[in-house]
Design a protein around this ligand. Structure first.
Ligand code: PRP
Length: 197
């Protein structure tokens, strides 16, 4: 009998002292929902070349998994913004830190975000993109936290609506850690921790 190949165990980030991590959405549920979202998107826009624009850095895993599941022509680009000030709360100021590589004029663009929180980032991006005359502009977010919304924006495709908790994993970080966790978890911080998403 042929020897079975050993599957390497994925090294996952461990919670540090004072941090407690609880899985909110398992990797299995994430992948199942992303496949459904990809089908929904393709069903709504049959036969169209789709240009996925990922918002760095959090959306990287979502964009790559979603992109693999959408059939037909799909191209990618990335943009980076700085959405939060130095404190615990959003400053409401959004600044472009890396622009797209190519023009979106005449393209069917899908903005891909890991999380829709206050909506300030998305509001800013939609304004910028609308001025560039795409054929269509749609929004796909993996996680939606409607309780936190400040700006009047909505996503066309939502993976999961979640409560107002501090989430990490699958691209989302706490001080740049936990992004590589394959699941989405809720992080609780002990006293004295610098809570900044
Ligand atoms: C997060 C997330 C969104 C934004 C959403 O990015 O990826 O872009 O915040 O928040 P909002 O709806 O309140 O504007 P973050 O600034 O943490 O950067 P990152 O993706 O590099 O982690």
């Amino acid at each position: 009998m042929a020897k079975r190949a050993k599957i390497a165990k994925v090294a996952e980030p461990k919670a540090k002292r004072g941090e407690k991590l609880r899985i909110l959405i398992s990797r299995k549920r994430l992948q199942k929902r992303i496949t459904e979202m990809a089908r929904e998107i393709r069903k709504d826009l049959p036969g169209e070349p789709l240009h996925l624009v990922g918002v760095l850095k959090g959306a990287v895993f979502f964009l790559t998994d979603l992109g693999k599941q959408i059939s037909g022509d799909v191209s990618f680009d990335f943009i980076a913004v700085s959405s939060y000030g130095a404190g615990t709360h959003t400053s409401g100021q959004v600044r472009l830190t890396r622009d797209l590589d190519s023009s979106i004029e005449g393209k069917t663009v899908i903005v891909v975000e890991d999380i829709l929180d206050t909506g300030m980032t998305l509001q800013y991006l939609l304004r910028v993109f609308e001025q560039r005359k795409p054929k269509r502009l749609r929004v796909a977010v993996l996680l939606d936290k409607p309780e936190r919304r400040v700006a009047a924006v909505h996503a066309d495709y939502v993976g999961f609506t979640i409560p107002n908790e501090f989430v990490v994993g699958y691209g989302l970080d706490y001080a740049e850690r936990y992004r590589n966790m394959p699941d989405v978890g809720v992080l609780s911080l002990g006293t004295g921790a610098d809570k900044k998403e």
